[in-house]
Write a protein that binds this ligand. Structure first.
Ligand code: MG
Length: 384
């Protein structure tokens, strides 16, 4: 029995993680949960899983929850609460399903506390990949990827090092706007962007998959997770989203990972590794499938991918700046403040204004993150 914590338990990955835990009560015990502010969902989860510990980041919501539930579950709050939670002795593995840069602080604390990590959050790695991976090595902690593409690369590598790899094909469904003409992008609505053809996900990541920034962030994530150079990773549009990524080795042999498009599969593997436990979701039906399609991404149509490539070449503090500027721009878009085409314009502007730090420490990363957000806010109104 593995004792797990799920951070971001009210979100899409968090709920899928609990679905996996629910289906295997003998393998996994949920001992801690955290949400940002959704205490309605959290209350249900407390009732079902009876965790000893929960954290609500929003202290007002935490206060309400405390008044509402019995004393069997300890309620923590704020960033300090989350920091305390991840260090809890009982926890063996932590699912990081918090979205955005908010995951970086608790991730560092969890690694230092020696917890194995199932990592669904990509922003923390994009911001501070070299630091996170160095710490994981130092504290002998496994970082097991949950993102379907990273899980596919991890599985295709089969334990081999990066020096065996000729190239990696990072696959992309192409997002909800793949077929839309670029001249329609200006007027694309929030509702249209949130209608993803293959994956049902949180809002931030769905916008990122419409701009293809999601793939750009995954490119950076893959570089850090698997110690690969940017030039070895090729983005491949694959609309069926059944091949979740592929690794071509030095001898020309390619290994691919295929499975149905459901996040419970990579989640389960990150939790059950090194075992492959049975799963009630079926496999790929190749007889019905018939064909798979592949194409090159259009960098003119999706400038975010070009910007992520640029950050991947420059490294240092640039990926953190790309990430922060993007997070802010996506928020502006979701709040109706800017149109879809302005997202990459803001990101590009902030990246241009940034004086890169070559070997940033954690404090530099946080400072660059704050600076990029301010810069994005200042620039946003002028571009639109
Ligand atoms: Mg992905």
């Amino acid at each position: 029995m593995k004792r797990i914590a799920v951070l971001g338990s009210s979100g899409s990955i968090g709920q899928s993680t609990l679905a996996v835990a629910r289906s295997m009560p003998r393998q996994f015990k949920v001992v801690a949960l955290s949400v940002n502010s959704d205490i309605v969902t959290l209350k249900q989860q407390i009732k079902e899983f009876k965790p000893r510990l929960v954290c609500v980041r929003d202290s007002c919501a935490a206060f309400k929850l405390k008044a509402d539930i019995g004393s069997l579950t300890k309620v923590l709050s704020g960033d300090e609460g989350l920091d305390e939670l991840v260090k809890d002795k009982e926890i063996q593995q932590i699912m990081f399903a918090i979205s955005g840069s908010a995951a970086l602080g608790p991730l560092i604390s969890a690694i230092k506390a020696g917890k194995d990590i199932a990592l669904a959050n990509k922003e923390a790695l994009v911001m501070a990949g070299p630091i996170v991976m160095r710490l994981a090595k130092k504290y002998k902690v496994n970082i097991l990827p949950v993102d379907s593409e990273q899980s596919a690369i991890w599985q295709s590598l089969g334990g081999l090092d990066a020096h065996n790899v000729r190239q990696v094909y990072l696959t992309a469904s192409g997002g909800p706007l793949r077929k839309l003409a670029v001249n329609k992008f200006k007027d694309v609505t929030i509702a249209r962007v949130l209608r993803h053809p293959r994956w049902k996900m949180g809002k931030k990541i769905t916008v990122d998959s419409a701009t293809l920034m999601n793939k750009g962030l995954e490119l950076l994530e893959a570089m850090f997770l698997f110690n690969l150079e940017a030039g070895k990773i090729k983005i491949l549009i694959h609309p069926e989203a059944l091949i979740h990524s592929m690794v071509e080795f030095n001898d020309g042999v390619t290994m691919a990972q295929l499975s149905v498009t459901d996040m419970r599969i990579p989640i389960q593997y990150a939790l059950s590794f090194p075992e492959r436990l049975s799963c009630k979701l079926g496999g790929v039906d190749f007889y019905r499938l018939g064909k798979l399609h592949f194409e090159k991404p259009d960098l003119k149509k999706f400038p975010c991918l070009r910007l992520a490539n640029q950050a991947a070449q420059e490294l240092g503090s640039m990926p953190a700046v790309l990430n922060a500027a993007n997070e802010e721009s996506v928020n502006f878009f979701l709040n109706g403040k800017i149109n879809f085409l302005t997202i990459p314009k803001i990101v590009e502007k902030v990246m241009r204004a940034h004086a890169k730090i070559t070997n940033p420490g954690l404090a530099d990363i946080f400072a660059c993150d704050r600076w990029a957000r301010e810069e994005a806010k200042r620039g946003a109104w002028r571009i639109n």
